[in-house]
Design a protein around this ligand. Structure first.
Ligand code: 13P
Ligand code: SF4
Length: 317
C-alpha cells in the first residue's frame, strides 16, 4: 500500500498535471533552468522578464510557478487575488538570500541621495526598498532611463551591476552579492574549451564575472542567449549559464551543437542551479494536487513591492 503523500508509480504524471491544469484553470509558468520534462509540460517558458510579464497578464485562477521563490513571489505580488503555487518552497536563490533586508536598509542609509535599482532576484522586502526593478534583459535600459547625474545603487548582483556599469560607462554603487552558479564558471576552463572548439562562439549570462564575460561573443539574459543561438551562423555554441537552457536551444536548433561550459570543480555539477533543480515533475504534480506550497505575501509589503515592479513593466513595454 502507498503511504499518504506518495505518488503511485503507475500514474502518468504528464496526463495528471494536464488534467489538474484544466480542472483548476491554472497556468504553468517555467523558467529555462527547469528540467526538460517541466519545460515540456509548461504553458509558457521564459526568462525572468517574460515570466513576470506573463504573470501580470494571465487570466488563469491559479499560477503554478516552476522556478524559484522570488519568481513566484513576484507573480503573487502582481496577482494578490490569485493562488500562486511553487513545487518546492526551498527553491531559493543565492542572490536573494545574500541581501538580507535589515543589512540592505542599513547599506542604503549611506546613500540617501541615490535611487535604487534592484535585480528581480531579490526578496519582496528588498523590492519594497527599491525605486525600480530590472532583469538581466532590461537592466541596461532601466539604468539608462535615469538622468546621467542621478546617482544609483544597484543590487544585489555585483557582476550584473558591473556589466551594466561597463556597458553604459556609468558609475554604480554595487551591493556585493553574486549568483553562486554563475560565479563558479572558470575563465581557464572556458579558454581551454575554446581552444578545443576553435569554430565555436560563446554565449554568456551577465551574472558571470567579467573575466569570463570578456571571452563571450554574446552577453544576455537566457531569452537573449536563446535568440542568439538561433541567429548565429556558427554550428557550435559554448553556453555559459545554467545548462537547463540547452533543452530549448537544442529543440529550436536541432542541427547545432551546444556545449555547456563547466564549473571550476570537476567533482560536482556546479553549473546546475541547486535551487532550480529542487523542482521535479513529481513535486509539480503534488503541488497542484494538494494546492500547496502556496506563496503568501503580507498586503502592505506586497503593495510596497508592486510599485517598483510595475515601473519596470512600464519601462519594458
Ligand atoms: P534570466 O532568465 O532573466 O536571464 O535570469 C537568469 C537567472 O539566473 C534566473 O534566476
Ligand atoms: Fe539564483 Fe543563480 Fe540559481 Fe538563478 S541560477 S536562481 S541567480 S542561484
Amino acid at each position: 500500500m502507498l503511504s499518504s503523500g506518495a505518488v503511485d508509480p503507475n500514474l502518468d504524471l504528464f496526463q495528471e498535471i494536464d488534467r489538474l491544469r484544466k480542472d483548476m484553470n491554472a497556468i504553468i509558468l517555467a523558467h529555462f533552468y527547469q528540467e526538460p520534462d517541466i519545460q515540456d509540460i509548461a504553458d509558457f517558458i521564459g526568462d525572468s522578464l517574460a515570466l513576470s510579464q506573463k504573470a501580470a497578464e494571465t487570466e488563469a485562477d491559479v499560477i503554478v510557478f516552476a522556478g524559484v521563490h522570488f519568481m513566484a513571489e513576484t507573480a503573487k505580488i502582481l496577482n494578490p487575488a490569485k493562488q500562486v503555487l511553487l513545487p518546492d518552497l526551498e527553491a531559493g536563490c543565492s542572490l536573494a538570500d545574500g541581501c538580507p533586508p535589515d543589512e540592505f536598509a542599513a547599506f542604503l542609509e549611506n546613500y540617501p541621495d541615490h535611487k535604487v535599482v534592484s535585480y528581480i532576484n531579490c526578496s519582496a522586502d528588498t523590492k519594497a526598498m527599491s525605486d525600480v526593478i530590472c532583469t538581466s534583459s532590461n537592466a541596461v535600459k532601466i539604468v539608462a532611463s535615469f538622468p546621467e547625474d542621478q546617482k544609483l545603487v544597484f543590487a544585489p548582483d555585483r557582476y550584473l551591476g558591473d556589466w551594466v556599469s561597463r556597458s553604459l560607462d556609468r558609475e554604480l554603487v554595487l551591493w556585493p552579492g553574486s549568483c553562486e552558479v554563475h560565479e563558479m564558471f572558470s575563465e581557464k576552463k572556458l579558454v581551454e574549451l575554446k581552444i578545443g572548439h576553435p569554430d565555436a562562439v560563446v554565449a554568456a549570462h551577465p551574472e558571470c564575472p567579467e573575466a569570463v564575460l570578456q571571452h563571450a561573443d554574446h552577453i544576455g539574459s537566457t531569452s537573449g542567449m536563446l535568440a542568439f543561438a538561433g541567429k548565429t551562423s556558427a554550428r557550435e555554441i559554448i553556453v555559459v549559464t545554467e545548462p537547463g537552457i540547452i533543452h530549448q536551444m537544442q529543440k529550436e536548433n536541432p542541427d547545432k551543437v551546444f556545449i555547456p561550459a563547466p564549473g571550476n570543480d570537476e567533482t560536482c555539477n556546479c553549473n546546475e542551479c541547486p535551487y532550480m533543480r529542487l523542482n521535479t515533475l513529481e513535486k509539480l504534480y503534488l503541488c497542484m494536487r494538494d494546492r500547496t506550497p502556496e506563496i503568501t505575501v503580507e498586503t502592505a509589503l506586497a503593495e510596497a513591492a508592486l510599485a517598483p515592479i510595475n515601473r519596470m513593466l512600464e519601462l519594458s513595454r
